[in-house]
Design a protein around this ligand. Structure first.
Ligand code: EPU
Length: 335
């Protein structure tokens, strides 16, 4: 097992932050993963696609990059199929594999950066679908003991950009394999308005999963910067969910405030709108800034340090709180 010292993570985080890992190792099998977990360097940090993190410092201990691959059909039923996917697989490559095979369920989640192993941690979601809608179970290793554990849907406490792996068991489990339940007679989901509009523009009348995927890719490419060209981690903040009373007062003052009522009775408001109203959209501060086409995305124009991005995030939080009395919380993991 090759352990690297002072290893640059610049190409391994989509923000493109030039931080280092004190020790670094790549693992391609569960056995190698166990071996890495048993090493003396601590703490252990598991790295997937590095697409939901902001590094504000060099990382101590051992960074373990999960490279466990493999995509397989586990059970084939008449209407559904169960698949088992290695945690190190690229998420979008998995989506394209499903589309090629005609398996529906993840097409709305096209082009999300990152790996399959990281996808349950924040219950990735986009365009009306969340990971929990297709999740069957996952296999993980206990970072402390190396023991294998199975988590089923009910064990994961999935919620909006949240799971047990971000709360109760934060930093405790390394996800090695994820199983999904997909449909062989896919019902497409166009509940998110922009998909219908995009399909219309594309001249598509009877969309299947392939067309939905194309529409989602086109929407994402029009708004979200490509991390290969401009460092970023997607939405930097979560969309805040506020109480009815607070919402009514805000709506009175800002009648155009977009809003999405939740099953809980609370109301989700888009952080991107709040940030734009505070004048941050497209604004550059040093080597960082809020993206011109989507205010919720903070970007690295080149050479930004994690601290610089985090300072901008703090300023944005302060101004949104001052103007609207709403507290934004980061969606990305800040180290
Ligand atoms: N908006 C603005 N200004 C902006 C950005 C957005 O006014 O600069 C308004 C839009 O006009 C719209 C509303 O905010 O009325 C929502 O915008 P959008 O549809 O772009 O989605 P979002 O709420 O900003 C969320 C997810 C994205 C996901 C999209 C589509 C979060 C934190 N973000 O963004 O996920 O792709 O919906 O489902 O929930 C990610 O998590 O990294 C991510 C990109």
């Amino acid at each position: 097992m090759k352990i690297y010292s002072n290893y640059s993570l610049e190409k391994l985080n989509t923000f493109g932050i030039a931080a280092k890992a004190k020790a670094f190792v790549e693992v391609a099998t569960e056995e190698a993963f166990r071996e890495a977990l048993a090493r003396p360097e601590n703490p252990k940090l598991i790295l997937g696609g590095g697409s939901n993190m902001l590094l504000t410092k060099d990382l101590p201990g051992l960074v373990i990059k999960n490279n466990i691959l493999g995509k397989a059909v586990i059970r084939d039923f008449i209407h559904t199929v169960h698949v088992g996917i290695g945690g190190g697989e690229n998420w979008h490559a998995f989506v394209l594999w499903c589309i090629k095979k005609g398996y529906g369920g993840v097409e709305n989640l096209s082009l999300i950066p990152g790996t399959v192993g990281a996808s349950p941690i924040q219950n990735i979601g986009a365009y009306g679908v969340e990971l929990k809608d297709v999740f069957l179970k996952l296999e993980a290793l206990d970072i402390k003991t190396g023991e294998r554990k199975i988590f089923r849907l009910k064990d994961c406490a999935f919620a909006y950009r949240d799971s047990v792996f971000k709360s109760k068991w934060k930093g405790r489990y390394a996800i090695t394999k994820v199983y999904f339940r997909l449909s062989k007679n896919p019902k497409i989901n166009t509940s998110y308005g922009a998909i219908t509009d995009t399909l219309k523009t594309m001249g598509i009348e009877n969309p299947g999963i392939r067309e939905i995927s194309k529409a989602v890719i086109s929407i994402r490419q029009s708004k979200l910067p490509d991390p290969a060209q401009l460092g970023n981690s997607g939405s930097f903040f979560k969309n805040p969910v506020i109480g009815k009373k607070q919402f009514k007062a805000l709506q009175k003052a800002y009648p155009k405030l977009p809003h999405y009522p939740q099953a809980s009775g609370k109301i989700k408001v888009p952080a991107g709108w709040l940030i734009e109203q505070c004048g941050w959209k497209g604004k550059r501060v040093g080597n960082t800034g809020s993206h011109a086409k989507q205010a919720l995305v903070l970007v690295n124009y080149g050479g930004a340090s994690g601290k610089e991005v985090f300072n901008l995030a703090k300023k944005i939080i302060k101004s949104v709180d001052r103007k609207f009395g709403v507290l934004l919380t980061p969606e990305v993991n800040v180290f």
